[in-house]
Design a protein around this ligand. Structure first.
Ligand SMILES: O=P(O)(O)OC[C@H]1O[C@H](O)[C@H](O)[C@@H](O)[C@@H]1O
Length: 545
């Protein structure tokens, strides 16, 4: 298989990158008043503006050519039709089936998966309604008040990010608490103040073998049994998993297990029963709205021309910035507080998917794959690390995300929020040069000696590429749309970079070592050979704990 960098579009892009690195975005805007119109597109509920990315019409058409030469359309069809594109695990990649609101058939190994999906959605609906209505009662006959959702990685980040994003729409019928870290303080803090008789535990784990989740779940059972008899477990513990054998072993009744399938990747699983905490907290209808928003983007992704295909353009811009312009980080900067967990969620989505170093066929990848994803809510970032974004000598392309209509109207708060949102991308694009600063400081009465002393420190180079994503508002559909946009971006990026986005073999080594060291820390007669540093750390811990 030829390497991407052998493609004519790739080589043309390398030349364009050399040329555009000499260009100033400010000049490109000055020369072309229709730049925004050219490099922005919309879909219902979303304005996607990438005109502050360091591209021009030539490089953009070369990026589109790269998508064509990488056969994105064929790969997209493979994914939507259930082909096993997660080839290192020989699995289909069908998170899209979980929100396939058209209900059209989708086959894996000649079996239509939609009846399975709908059966599980029905189970989720009836369970959610029973719990929220108080029909489902605990072992003392009282309705559930608190849900403790235990899970990590893809079995935690998605549901927690969505419940946080939509908490303003919750009616407080139930409280939901998330436990992902195996540091006991997190579970202890959550359990503190809870009543066993009104608490429901949702243990979410695709494999049901993840040590941290199983440890937390066992400790939750131990806590629960201090207040309730063994046979009460069935009223207070449910699970979400593909692994019925393990859930049985753990002691959860089959009826209390919500299924998912191996064709759902953990980091793409919030649309499955892994989303149960979302449905319990917000109601099943709100969960369905999240699915509907994502479905809209699936339809857009399948139908829109490449030039107007938002997820594809997001992927092309990331490859452009990383593999051609050499920027190795990307910031995710949501301005709506509700989206504060989006950077953490996308760190798993993007970096666990495309943080790879070999091609489809196992050859070393001769170009940088995905950037380091990081971020924080915009306003907080402005007063923390934006200095780095504006004047650091490492350029960090950034996604700015905000909404037009706030979740809560409070005087001028939203206008002030958006004024910062607009100002920051303008500042990053235009910067401020010596002439402007000199004129400004002179106007403020500064002497040229005073100006000379600070001028170099005040110059902003600008030319910092940004994308602005404006959502109508942050509601259930919008959250579904936004996540699906990034999911399809991640998919396209993998194809463009010729890497398998749907496995995560790299996480296994650390897990294996951890379970061996756990034995060393918990059993006296177990010792494994280690380098002097690891051995030193372990013995220091053992001697001081
Ligand atoms: O859902 P689980 O099987 O418990 O896995 C939870 C998480 O752990 C793994 O280590 C992977 O890194 C993630 O992709 C996964 O989401």
């Amino acid at each position: 298989m030829s390497c991407r960098s052998d493609l004519s579009s790739w080589q043309a892009l390398e030349q364009s990158a050399t040329k555009l690195k000499q260009q100033q975005l400010k000049t490109l805007f000055a020369k072309d008043t229709s730049r925004f119109a050219k490099f922005s597109c919309q879909m219902p509920g979303v304005l996607f503006d990438y005109s502050k990315q360091l591209i021009d019409e030539e490089s953009f058409s070369q990026l589109i050519a790269l998508a064509e030469q990488a056969d994105i359309a064929a790969w997209r069809d493979k994914m939507f039709s259930g082909e096993k594109i997660n080839f290192t695990e020989n699995r289909a990649v069908l998170h899209v089936a979980l929100r396939n609101r058209s209900n059209s058939a989708i086959f894996v190994d000649d079996n239509d998966v939609m009846p399975l999906v709908n059966r599980e959605l029905d189970k989720l609906k009836s369970f959610t309604q029973k719990v929220r209505s108080g029909e489902w009662v605990g072992h003392t006959g009282k309705p559930v008040k608190n849900v403790v959702a235990i899970g990590v990685g893809g079995s935690n980040l998605g549901p927690q990010m969505v419940t946080e994003a939509l908490s303003n729409y919750a009616d407080n019928t139930l409280n939901v608490h998330y436990v992902s870290n195996v540091d006991g303080v997190q579970l202890a803090t959550v359990l503190d103040g809870l009543q066993a008789e009104t608490t429901l535990f949702v243990v979410s784990s695709k494999t049901f073998t993840t040590s941290e989740t199983m440890t937390n779940a066992r400790s939750a059972v131990k806590w629960f049994l201090e207040y309730a008899p063994q046979d009460a477990i069935a009223k207070h513990f449910v699970a979400v998993s593909t692994n019925l054998e393990k859930t049985r072993e753990f002691g959860i009744a089959d009826d209390n297990v919500f299924t998912m399938w191996d064709w759902v990747g953990g980091r793409f699983s919030l649309w499955s029963a892994i989303g149960l905490p979302i449905a319990l907290y917000l109601g099943f209808d709100k969960f369905v709205e999240v699915l509907e928003g994502a479905f809209e983007v699936d339809e857009h992704f399948k139908a829109a021309s490449f030039e107007n295909n938002i997820p594809l353009i997001m992927a092309l811009l990331s490859v452009w910035n990383t593999s051609f312009l050499g920027h190795t980080a990307q910031a995710i900067l949501p301005y709506d507080q509700a989206l504060h967990m989006l950077p953490a969620y996308l760190q798993q989505g993007e970096m666990e998917s495309n943080g790879k170093h070999v091609t489809f066929t196992g050859e070393p990848v001769p170009y940088t794959t995905v950037p380091l994803i990081w971020g924080m809510t915009g306003i907080n970032g402005q007063h923390a690390f934006y200095q780095y974004l504006h004047q650091g000598n490492n350029i960090v392309p950034a996604d700015f995300i905000a909404s037009v209509k706030p979740q809560v109207v409070m005087d001028k708060h939203h206008d002030i929020l958006l004024s910062n949102f607009f100002a920051q991308t303008e500042a990053m694009m235009s910067g401020v040069d010596e002439l402007q600063i000199r004129a400004d400081l002179t106007a403020k009465g500064k002497t040229s000696t005073q100006i000379d002393a600070v001028i170099a420190h005040k110059i902003h180079q600008g030319n910092r590429p940004t994308t602005s994503i404006l959502l109508d508002t942050v509601d259930a559909k919008a959250v579904g749309r936004l996540i699906a946009m990034y999911e399809h971006k991640i998919f396209c990026q993998g194809i463009l970079l010729q890497i398998c986005s749907f496995d995560q073999w790299g996480v296994e080594l650390g897990k294996g070592l951890a379970s061996a060291i756990e034995a060393e820390l918990t059993q006296n007669d177990v010792n494994y050979p280690h380098d002097s540093s690891t051995a030193g750390l372990i013995s220091y811990y053992k001697n001081n704990r």
